[in-house]
Design a protein around this ligand. Structure first.
Ligand code: G4F
Length: 333
């Protein structure tokens, strides 16, 4: 039975990836940070299933600031595949928390690479990197050979980690792969990312639990896909005979405004009556024309399955359903 170790298992991608691998007969081990609150809601259905938790799914306390702790877990678990998804992932916040972001994203990855270098058994390593490494690219769409030009601390940290994966792969002949991931969303997305924020607030307004939605730059454009497609792509990347880098993207740009219109249409309201521009949510240096060329991933058989309107409708329906059961108390900024 194959064994996988996932860093960042409690996040959107980690939880979908855990489900995907368990369905394929893997034993899955996840690294979870020790915090005062037990944030495992995305894994709750697996965690509370006695046929799964403690049998084919195991969680270990650990974080990437403590390499010895990770080394022990690696030795004990001895996985055939490692999926490295952990790290501060909010671009806007990375301006406020540049050091924390750099430490978790850049140094966290380097520490793992150093440990893998010394690990006695062969292991395949997937690094979830980001389109933010391209920042303001001179070429669109971007592919695996596009030069890095990040415009925020998060993108710079990811750029460093991406390049170190390439360097260690070449120098030490290790199986290390980068998945260059464009935006990917789902009802499990964090509430302060724009798709989830819009879908959740539109649903809350419809249900009388909120009255307005405050946003930054609604003309901003991104290449948005379905997170479930992206975790399937991560797995496919590690099944390739030779370690390599792959762009996972839809190849199609949409704007924040497009999300707004689709989400409010889904709840039968006019967005103009509820949306307010908030300058505090403007990002300053904004990444532009981040749209990926997924041609190389297509050649390995990866095709995104969900169209953008379907993705937004799915997210809005999920929010209507969850807010009907448990009304909103938070105000996502
Ligand atoms: O949803 P976002 O915060 O995602 P962003 O910054 O593109 O980053 C996400 O995708 C990257 C992959 O390309 C990942 F690497 C990264 O970890 C993360 O998962 O913002 C999307 C766009 C931006 O242009 C932002 O300025 O939406 C714009 N926006 C406008 N108003 C807003 C808001 N973003 C947020 N979060 N909140 C707003 O009110």
């Amino acid at each position: 039975m194959p064994i996988a170790l996932i860093t960042g298992i409690t996040g959107q991608d980690g939880s979908y990836l855990a489900e995907f691998l368990l369905d394929r007969g893997y034993t899955v081990h996840g690294l979870v940070r020790r915090t005062s609150t037990l944030e495992r809601s995305r894994l709750q259905h697996l965690y509370s299933n006695p046929a799964i938790y403690g049998k084919t799914l195991h969680l270990h306390y650990g974080d990437l600031e403590q390499p010895i702790n990770f080394m022990r877990i690696l030795q004990r678990v001895n996985p055939s595949e490692i999926y490295h998804l952990a790290g501060q992932s909010h671009v806007g916040l990375s301006f406020e928390m540049a050091e924390t972001t750099t430490d978790s994203v850049a140094m966290g990855t380097l520490r793992l690479l150093e440990i893998i270098r010394e690990h006695p058994s062969p292991v395949r390593f997937f690094h979830a990197t980001s389109s933010e490494i391209f920042g303001r690219p001179t070429l669109s769409p971007q592919d695996e050979n596009t030069p890095l030009s990040p415009v925020n601390p998060y993108g710079a940290a990811k750029g460093f980690a991406t390049q170190m994966v390439r360097i260690y792969r070449e120098k030490f002949g290790l199986y290390l792969a980068n998945g260059i991931l464009y935006n990917h969303e789902s009802p499990r997305r964090g509430e302060n990312f724009v798709t989830r924020k819009i879908c959740r607030t539109a649903a809350a307004i419809k249900l009388g639990q909120a009255s307005e939605l405050r946003l930054g730059d609604t003309s901003a454009q991104r290449d948005w896909g379905d997170a479930r497609d992206y975790v399937r792509g991560m797995w496919m990347i590690l099944q390739q005979p030779v370690a390599d880098d792959f762009v996972l993207a839809t190849g199609i740009l949409h704007s924040v405004q497009d999300i707004l219109e689709l989400a409010f249409q889904e709840v039968g309201l006019d967005w103009r009556a509820h949306v307010r521009k908030d300058d505090r949510l403007m990002r300053g240096p904004e990444s532009t024309t981040l749209v990926g060329n997924p041609e190389k991933a297509r050649r390995m058989g990866w095709v995104p399955s969900t169209q953008f309107p379907e993705l937004i409708r799915w997210m809005v329906k999920a929010e209507l359903d969850s807010l009907s059961r448990a009304p909103r108390t938070e105000d996502p900024a």
